[in-house]
Ligand binder design. Structure first.
Ligand code: ANZ
Ligand code: ZN
Length: 815
């Protein structure tokens, strides 16, 4: 009688033992090559959902595989524990954010232990721990010292009714209203802290030396958005100079109007009295929109004439200055020359407001462009016309020649524009790392001395959503003394963007208890850089750019080494609900992993998630399909726990066939785990099980091939279903633990096929298939083909003109 598979018992038993034995503790070991694997740390929302499982368990299988391959693997876990949801819970339900967060963390750790991962729990990093954010603050000071942190006025979204700043996700709907009260949001200027990530724009475009998905590299490249062009100086009629950025300086003679961003500082000055009311209203209306909406190209163009004029520096023409929301203050110089003949947005604007369209680039070999008749902007390069001294310049040279001309005339110069903005890190929030700065009336802005870190959050805080950071209203917290003159001073009451915390957590894992520095240099030298980093593609731009920037800045300060923090990145897809929608509590379509684990065990859920989807793609949840995986595990369980009888008498061929399948499977499983292709790993293991069952029928038990098959089977299963494999390994009397065993050794010869099937053609047409031993000589292959009865009928005794043998594939007989 075989014993019954009881996953909950088996899993709890091994989890407890692994933990007691410290099986997954990663320690420096110079004798072994290291492998540092991270799956992105979660936000402590309270529950592990299917998405966490899908992200974490295949990453875990991969880390386990690496370990079996002989690497010293570190696979840690942590929590991105600061942030808005905790504060919202505090406001809504009157729970302290700390209490809410840490209760969630405790719950999630219990859940994570139950999914059978090899997370090294000695290395937990929690960004809301004072011992953690002490170093987040320390990094802020380093960036400040290096000139990479600075303060400037910047707009925030503001709810005029609640009188508070809003985070991006609190502004909802097309009309951009406050999530809480529905009031349209406005922009308000606050003085805030920024990191100069733009200093690294060009370097961030260089992905050499890292193996990252093309999709992520493209997203980052577009996010950084580098454009080459020129800055050109214009003057207003009132004598004020202003600079525009253009990627098409060759169209300068075609500028028929100028457009300033409505927030541009010159607007006030150049607006005439007749236009003032209209301008003022338009500016207010723009203030309510987001840059993202404003950049959408399919929007109806809107704008207002200021009444002012500019002089085109190349031909002294007088051109009207408009304001329009499609020009953003934050890109280039916030001002453009509009060339409606060659820019589609300008074209639509000109048509709507009846402004002149003047072509200055004539596409070669096409009808002469007529500004009044054009149906769309002609964006392509051609020959310059109507362009004074540059007439006749051809496409390839037009931009460079114009830039040289502008340079010589001292009215412009080559310039590069980036979409990337400096990183705004100030948050008017309580639950974040306080920015370690002090404001003194006599000394100005002063950094907090390092030995005073961490600046801890006060626990007694009042939730009144009446403006800026709650820290501002704490009776005593913000009052301190100036580190420079010892006079009373005020602390910065804003906290840091949580992306700052997550930019360096891979460094805290190295030595979470270390108190002399953010990390122990010994650990750094051994473990860094991160070898594989896995997580969702939604982090392609923010987190994954910030962490690269952060690393490069640390490198330039001599704190970190190398150019990149993470060598290999892989993205998993998303598990959707049955209906193909995102799982979310509000939709009520969440599949609860805990329930499934209760019913089938963690191993079954792990194996199902790996089997049911391509990891890089994900897909809709299909509860029914877990049954196939459960059945497979039960069959495997029986095979290993049933009495090993019925042995003897397996032919050489059966034994040889079994070995072949085992080694072919090993090759496939190893390759696929390496490539993060988990679904084919599980299906290959299912196939191998079938062949083992067949071989058993044929008397394989007791042969060395059978022993090898069983041994290899469990070792290959270990990364996928770690408890299941451990239990059966013990059952077979093998040494604990299967997770410290080596990955099985591949015998290439054993994996080779004995026979292959060849196609036989007569005059290029398929006429028969023959099976021949692998490695048969060309002459013999030819003879075998000609011996086939089917072929004989076609050849009809005639001597063939030619016989072509393509090894391993086909024989073609030409008559
Ligand atoms: C004249 C021109 C003629 C332009 C032409 C384009 C085509 P990318 O490629 O994205 O960098 N521009 C400059 N600053 C802007 C701002 N703050 N808001 C909105 N648009 C702005 O775009 C650069 C082009 O976008 C610039 O080149 C400018 O229009 C516009 F046939 O200048 B161009
Ligand atoms: Zn002072």
């Amino acid at each position: 009688m075989s014993k019954k598979y009881n996953p909950s018992k088996v899993e709890a038993k091994w989890q407890a033992k692994w933990e007691a034995d410290g099986l997954y503790a990663a320690n420096i070991d110079d004798a072994r090559p290291k492998h540092y694997a991270i799956t992105m740390l979660p936000y402590p929302s309270g529950d592990l959902h299917m998405g966490h499982w899908f992200a974490m368990t295949p990453s875990d299988a991969r880390a386990r595989f690496k370990r079996m391959q002989g690497f010293n693997v570190m696979f840690p876990m942590g929590f991105d524990a600061f942030g808005l949801p905790a504060e919202n819970a505090a406001i809504k339900r009157n729970i302290h954010p700390k209490e809410w967060t840490y209760a969630n963390i405790a719950n999630m750790i219990t859940q994570m232990k139950s999914i059978g991962t090899m997370f090294d729990w000695q290395r937990v990093a929690i960004s809301a721990d004072p011992e953690y954010y002490r170093w987040t603050q320390w990094f802020f000071l380093k960036l400040y010292e290096k000139g990479l942190a600075y303060r400037k006025w910047a707009a925030v979204d503001w709810c005029p009714k609640d009188n508070t700043t809003l985070a991006r996700e609190q502004v909802i709907g097309e009309n951009r209203v406050c999530e809480r009260c529905g009031t349209p949001v406005i922009k308000r200027e606050l003085e805030q802290w920024f990191f100069k990530i733009t200093d690294y724009a060009d370097e961030l475009l260089d992905f050499s030396g890292i193996d990252w998905p093309e999709a992520v590299k493209t997203l980052q490249t577009n996010w950084i958005g580098r454009s080459e062009g020129a800055d050109v100086s214009f003057k207003t009629e009132t004598g004020d100079e202003f600079v525009i950025f253009t990627t098409r300086p060759d169209t300068l003679w075609g500028a028929t109007f100028m457009v300033l961003a409505p927030e541009h500082p010159l607007v006030e000055k150049i607006t005439t009295d007749e236009q003032r009311a209209a301008v003022k209203e338009y500016v207010a209306q723009t203030g309510r929109q987001s840059d993202i909406d404003r950049e959408a190209t399919d929007r109806e163009k809107t704008g207002v004439f200021t009444g002012g004029y500019a002089i085109n520096p190349v031909n002294n023409e007088r051109i009207p200055i408009w304001i329009a929301d499609y020009v953003l203050l934050t890109y280039g110089t916030g001002a453009i020359m509009a060339v409606p003949a060659h820019d589609q947005r300008d074209f639509e604007f000109a048509r709507k407001f009846g402004l002149e369209v003047r072509p200055v680039i004539q596409p070669e070999g096409e009808m002469l462009l007529d500004g009044d008749k054009m149906a769309a902007a002609a964006a392509h390069y051609g020959v310059m016309v109507n362009s004074g001294p540059l007439d006749g310049t051809v496409a390839d040279e037009a931009v460079a020649k114009t830039v040289a001309y502008l340079d010589k005339q001292k009215i412009g110069k080559a310039a590069v524009g980036y979409r990337l903005r400096d990183w705004l890190i100030s948050r008017q929030r309580y639950w974040g790392a306080p920015i370690p700065m002090v404001y003194c009336e006599s000394c100005g802005i002063q950094p907090v001395p390092e030995d005073q870190l961490p600046i801890e959050l006060p626990d007694d805080i009042e939730w009144r959503p009446t403006g800026e950071s709650p820290l501002k209203f704490h009776p005593s917290w913000k009052h301190t003394t100036c580190p420079n003159c010892d006079e009373p001073a005020i602390r910065e009451t804003d906290t840091m963007d949580t992306f700052m915390c997550s930019s360096w957590y891979h460094l805290r894992y190295l030595s979470p208890g270390y108190d002399k520095a953010p990390f122990d240099p010994k650990e750094y030298d051994y473990w860094m850089p991160v070898d594989t980093y896995t997580g969702g593609i939604e982090h392609a731009t923010m987190h994954l750019i910030y962490t690269r920037f952060f690393h490069k800045a640390l490198r330039d300060m001599g704190i970190a080494e190398g150019h990149e923090p993470m060598l290999q990145l892989r993205n998993q897809g998303q598990i959707l609900s049955h209906d193909g929608q995102r799982m979310s509590k509000s939709r009520g379509n969440v599949v609860d992993p805990d329930e499934l684990v209760g019913e089938y065990g963690a191993d079954a859920v792990r194996a199902y998630l790996m089997f049911g989807y391509r990891w890089s793609e994900g897909g809709p949840w299909m509860t029914e399909n877990i049954q196939g995986v459960v059945r497979w595990l039960h069959r495997a369980w029986s095979l290993f726990t049933e009495e090993q009888t019925g042995g003897g008498g397996a032919s050489e061929k059966v034994q040889r066939g079994l070995r072949r399948k085992v080694h072919q499977t090993l090759r496939k499983v190893g390759d696929d785990l390496e490539r993060f292709e988990f679904n084919t790993v599980v299906s290959a293991m299912m196939e191998l099980l079938n062949q083992m069952l067949e071989a058993k029928e044929q008397g394989a038990v007791g042969t060395s091939a059978w022993d090898e098959a069983q041994d290899y089977y469990l070792r290959m299963l270990a990364p996928v279903v770690p408890h299941f494999a451990e239990e059966l390994w013990a059952e077979m009397g093998k040494p604990y633990s299967i997770h410290t065993q080596a990955w099985p050794e591949l015998d290439q010869d054993a994996a080779k096929e004995d026979e292959i099937t060849l196609v036989v053609q007569v005059n290029g047409k398929l006429r028969d298939r023959i099976t021949v031993p692998v490695g048969l000589s060309e002459a013999e292959t030819r003879a075998r083909a000609l011996e086939s009865e089917a072929i004989k009928a076609f050849v009809d005794g005639k001597p063939p003109k030619k016989v072509i043998v393509v090894e391993g594939k086909l024989v073609n007989i030409v008559l």
